[in-house]
Design a protein around this ligand. Structure first.
Ligand code: AMP
Length: 210
């Protein structure tokens, strides 16, 4: 079974949503650098303090800060992993390769910018359990309350349109080159990130042979 997987794609393409389902189906951990960095920011650690200004501006956190936390985390994982939001630059992918981390598949979820902007700017996130809702397409049963854990839903500070556009610019300039990088290594599987969640999940299972 393919068990060392990278989920690649722009913000809002569904990496986090699908990772949450895949982690249950495959029984391997979901490792999201965005979640790890948000946790560091909320705890006010040295890393969080350094990362915060980049995240608020929709820019990528410098490679040396992110590589360190991923290396530590992957060293703990023996059964496999779903990497969500890492690598995001060619330097990060080179770092992963140099660290000897073998990758079985890279699933690229893609969608056009207009679709991603409307998805992200309507997104409501649960900081407690990570569940995601949408102001139009996936309303919680009770206003602003998470269906899964009853936590209070928030709009992530970097989910407003100005910051989302900057995040998309960062994706196109710094992350998109990874498509060719993993295509050359014969690892890339493409899945439509614009379709509905169930369809997308079936497509991912199919490319992973699940
Ligand atoms: P995400 O939750 O994956 O959309 O990430 C939120 C923010 O965290 C991004 O806009 C970046 O500022 C930062 N971030 C997450 N992962 C990385 C990474 N691999 N490299 C650099 N910055 C990252």
């Amino acid at each position: 079974m393919k068990s060392r997987i990278i989920l690649l794609g722009p913000p809002g393409a569904g990496k986090g949503t699908h990772a949450k389902s895949l982690t249950v189906t495959m029984q391997i951990p979901h490792i999201s650098t965005g979640d790890m960095l948000r946790d560091a920011v909320s705890r006010g650690t040295k890393l969080g303090i350094s990362a915060q200004e980049y995240m608020q501006a929709g820019k990528l956190v410098p490679d040396h800060l992110v590589n360190g936390i991923v290396a530590e985390r992957l060293a703990e994982e023996k059964k496999g992993f779903l990497l969500d939001g890492y690598p995001r630059t060619v330097a990060q992918a080179d770092y992963l390769e140099a660290a000897g981390e073998k990758i079985d598949a890279v699933v690229l979820l893609d969608a056009d910018d207009d679709c991603l902007i409307s998805r992200i700017t309507g997104r409501l996130s649960c900081p407690s359990c990570g569940a995601v809702f949408h102001k139009k397409n996936k309303l919680p049963k009770k206003d602003d309350i998470c269906d899964s854990c009853s936590g209070e839903l928030i709009q992530r500070p970097d989910d407003n349109e100005t910051v989302v556009r900057q995040r998309l610019n960062a994706y196109h300039a710094q992350t998109q080159p990874l498509i060719a990088y993993y295509e050359e290594r014969g690892l890339l599987c493409r899945v439509d990130g614009a379709c509905d969640v169930e369809e997308g999940f079936e497509a991912i299972k199919s490319v992973l042979g699940l």
